[in-house]
Design a protein around this ligand. Structure first.
Ligand code: HEC
Length: 122
């Protein structure tokens, strides 16, 4: 009896966690739920630092910018939400993420998770 109740609670808090991650649409799915075409438009905010083609950064001497093209959509959304919530504190990304809605994040994640094969010209 006690064990069952515990298992029930665990499931409930897991659901709460998933729900608290915004739309959560990308979690555990292979196909991203975001709108990659809209993500491509929003990407103008990111391309200066996270250029997809060749993974070159605009300011390599200032900071090594992580590669996000080809990452899983869920990973990208989670990282953006962590910046927005303050869990991750890099000033550039906190500023950027603060301006993004959950839908923006999902759209950007859909765009980036499609990887360089789709978007890089060379
Ligand atoms: C001013 C430069 C700059 C801009 C603009 C920028 N980023 Fe970043 N981004 C960074 C840096 C630097 C990091 C690494 C910060 C850290 O170590 O936490 C980062 C980290 C990330 C990460 C986490 C990657 C990982 O592997 O942990 C994601 C996801 C990300 N950025 C997405 C975006 C998106 C989407 C945009 C556009 C909406 C954007 N960034 C705009 C510089 C930038």
């Amino acid at each position: 009896m006690k064990r069952m109740r515990k298992a029930g609670l665990g499931m409930a808090s897991m659901l709460t966690l998933v729900a608290s991650l915004g739309s959560g649409a990308a979690w555990g799915q292979t196909a991203p739920a975001g709108d990659a075409a809209n993500g491509a438009k929003l990407n103008s905010m990111c391309i200066g630092c996270h250029s997809i083609a060749g993974y070159k950064t605009a300011f390599p001497e200032v900071y090594s910018v992580p590669k996000i093209g080809g990452q899983h959509a869920a990973y990208i959304v989670k990282a953006l939400q962590a910046y927005k919530s303050g869990d991750r504190k890099h000033p550039s990304m906190v500023g950027i993420a603060a301006s993004l809605s959950d839908k923006d994040m999902a759209d950007l994640a859909a765009y980036y998770s499609a990887g360089p094969g789709k978007t890089a010209s060379k």
